[in-house]
Design a protein around this ligand. Sequence first.
Ligand code: BJ8
Length: 422
Amino acid sequence: MADYRQMWKDLGMDLELHDQLCEVLPTAFGDVYLSQEDRPESMDYYNFVVSEIHGVRPAELIESQKKGGKVFGTFCVFVPDEIIFAADAIATGLCGGSQFWVPGGEKVLPTNTCPLIKASVGARLEKTCPFFRIADMFVGETTCDGKKKAWEILAEDVPIHVMDMPQMKRQKDLDAWTNEISIFKNKVEEFTGNEVTSEKLSQAIKLINDKRRALKRLYEFRKNENLPISGKDVLLISQIAFYDDPTRFASMTNKLCDELDERVKNNISVFTAGTKRIMLTGTPMAIPNWKLHHIVETSGGAVVVEETCTGTRYFENLVDETKTIIDEQIEALTDRYMKINCACFTPNTGRIDDILRLAKEYNVDGIIDVNLKFCNLYDTEGYFVERALKEAGIPVLGIETDYTDQDAEQLRTRVGAFIEML
Ligand code: BJ8
C-alpha cells in the first residue's frame, strides 16, 4: 500500500491504533477472498480498492474538499444520495462492519446495542477510520432506537442531520417522507452553498440509477445454474458500491459483467455441480463483514442472493428519470425509496413478498435468516419471515450473530448441517 501516514495524521487519526487495524485486514481478506479459485480477472479492481481502502478513496475525497466540495457520510439506504450529488457534493457510506471498532462504541453505548451501531460510533470516536474523519456532515435517520440515540452521541463530535423516517407506509407517511427529502435538500444546499436545480437532480438521478443498473446486471448472473462468480465476491462489490465514485463503480462493474457474459457462454462455474443455492435475508453486512458468506461458501453452499440492504434492497427499483420539475423529482425519489422494505416499518409484509419472489427468481434451495445481535426489529420480524417460508415449503435457518469470531465454529456446524439436509 502507498504511504498515507501523513494524510491520516492530518485527519487527526490515532495512528497507533489504526496500525493494528491495517495489520489484520490484509490477512482476513487473503483468507476469505484470495483463497478462492478461478475468480474473474476483473475482480482485480475490487481487490485493489480493498487493499487501499483507507488510502485511495479518502485521498480523492480530500482532493474534492480542497476544491470546495463537501462530503456527506450516511448510514442507511433510505438517505437519497441523489440530493447530495446534485449539490456537487459526495455521499459515502459509513456503516462499520468490523469487530475492531466495537469496543470503542461500547465505551459510550450499552453493550446490548447492535454491532453495526457500536462499530460505527467506535470508528468515529476512536479516530481509526479516515472516512469518519473526512465526512463534513453525517446524515442519520430515525430507523431504529439504537441509531436514533447514537446520533445524539455523535452529534457532540460532528455536524449531523437526522432524517425523520416514517414508521408506516400510508399516504400521509409518504407525504411526510417527501417533506423530509425537501428539508434535506434545503440543508444540503445551505451546507454546500450549491443549489439543487432540476437539471442537476436529473443528472444525479441518472448517476445513481446507473449504479443500480450495474448491480442489477451483476445479480442477474446469479440466477444462472452455472454461477460465474461467487456470492462472496458479489458481497464485496456491493459493499464497495457504498463508497466508491459512482461513475467509476458502474463502469468497472459493467466491465466485470462483460467478462461474466463470456463465462456464461462458456458454461464456467466457480462452484461444483450440486452446490446448494442459498439466499441470505436480514440485516446489512457492512464492509469488512464477510463472515457468513465465507462460512456458507466453504460448507457446500453458494450464496446466490441477499435480501438485505447490502443486497437487493440497495439497488432494486429505479427512480423515474422522466420528471423535470423539482417537486415531481422529489416525489419520484419518495416513490422509489418507499419501496424499500426495512423491518423498521409496521407492518412490513412487502418484505415477505420480496423474499418469496427472490427465492423463485434465484431458484434457491434454502434461506438463512441472519440477524445482527441485538437488532430487535429484524429479530422480531424473523417470526413472520420464517413462518412464511415454512408455509411455502422453503427450508429456513434462523441465525443471530455479531462481528466476533467466537461463534464461527458453532455457526459452521449449524450451517453445514442445514446445507447437508437440503
Ligand atoms: S433500511 S436495514 S440500512 S435501517 S441492524 S442499526 S436496524 S439495530 S441497519 Fe438498516 Fe436502513 Fe433498515 Fe437498511 Fe438498527 Fe438493526 Fe442495527 Fe440496523
